[in-house]
Design a protein around this ligand. Sequence first.
Ligand SMILES: NC(=O)c1ccc[n+]([C@@H]2O[C@H](COP(=O)([O-])OP(=O)(O)OC[C@H]3O[C@@H](n4cnc5c(N)ncnc54)[C@H](OP(=O)(O)O)[C@@H]3O)[C@@H](O)[C@H]2O)c1
Length: 399
Amino acid sequence: MVKYAILGFGVVGRGLAEVMADQREKLAAAAGEDMELGYILVRHDYPAGPFQDKLIRDFSLIENDPSVAVVAEVIGGTDAAYEYSRRALMAGKSVVSSNKQLVAEHGAELAALAREHGVSYLFEGSVGGGIPLLRPLCRCLAANRIDEICGILNGTTNYILTAMAQKGQAYADALKTAQQLGYAEADPTADVEGIDACRKTAILADLAFGVNVDPADIPTRGITAVAPADLELAQALDGAVKLLGRAARAGEAVCAFVEPHFIPQGHILASVNGVMNGCAIRGSAVGEVVLCGPGAGSHPTASAVAADVADAVRHRADPMIPDLGAPGGRLLPADELCSRWYVRAQCGPEAVSAAFPGAEPVYGSTGECGFVTAAMLDRRQLEKKLAAVNGRAAYRVLA
Ligand SMILES: NC(=O)c1ccc[n+]([C@@H]2O[C@H](COP(=O)([O-])OP(=O)(O)OC[C@H]3O[C@@H](n4cnc5c(N)ncnc54)[C@H](OP(=O)(O)O)[C@@H]3O)[C@@H](O)[C@H]2O)c1
């Protein structure tokens, strides 16, 4: 019998305590021994509940208890979460986390600390919530050179874009509904500006390409400028607009970026709707694999974190530490990637054919048109032509 501790008793922390209790026997089989909840670290009082006797406020009780083998950090942010993760690892305890900001910004350093102290550092819940994504990428696809990963990695923005497309809602109205349903925070900046997707893209790039990418270096554009007309025109062009995080191999370098894309209906990601997430991985042997599922939520995320707790216990003699890569990798500017483009413009069909020969515009209810260009090597080439058609928006087309 070993003990585990939970840091933070919010959406994921409470879900983790519940899932670990509900599936205690199954998880014990996965871990190879029974696991008991030792402590839940909190910073204020909670109304009486089933885990009341586990709540503590002093981290040193966890740090100094030799029977605690695993610490689940589900606090979020990089302040207390970083400090407690370091102290737990230095005390010889495995750490598991759903905190993408911490993993994206300090994961390589924490992984090195785990290596030094012979313990595991796992973070399956940090990308894709409940979708098994990082383990398949690192282990099940070990026989592949990964060429590209691209995903709908943020449920809030996917909910908003789906509501705009399916209900014809304006951005502000869709955001308000997302907040009322608990899908978006009161301050939605990290989601709608693409920051959350950027952190997850950085983690995926680290694991796929062995280069530790600084999320601050990933060009990131969110969904605040996506207009209802884009969703309407995309549908008329047999596609959908989605926010994608992409990371691709480009020779010796890596190209990573987050921005809205036009996805043709033929691609599975075009039909990943609402709060669902989906991630396509292109490998040299397997081709394209797409993993879809709930990218957030209390029990879905706890499902991933609980499995990490069990794996960390099972691997006490042989720690699991995914390789987040070496720092200093070069990120190639996304502008140099060859892409077709979806364009929304205000002009007649003649102007479209003059600037973009072969493009076939469709017209929407605002009088604007949408069309898809031929492949272009350089974004600057596109920018020059956009002026000729009074271009209002341009999104890459997912090939
Ligand atoms: N929610 C999801 O669906 C989801 C999905 C995937 C990943 N994640 C990630 O999982 C992490 C947790 O998310 P969450 O949604 O569970 O957040 P949350 O509901 O805000 O829970 C975080 C909890 O940590 C507590 N906390 C903060 N600082 C603390 C400290 N110094 N000591 C003890 N407790 C402290 C907070 O207490 P207070 O109540 O006092 O603020 C809160 O109860 C984040 O990194 C998030 O990005 C969440």
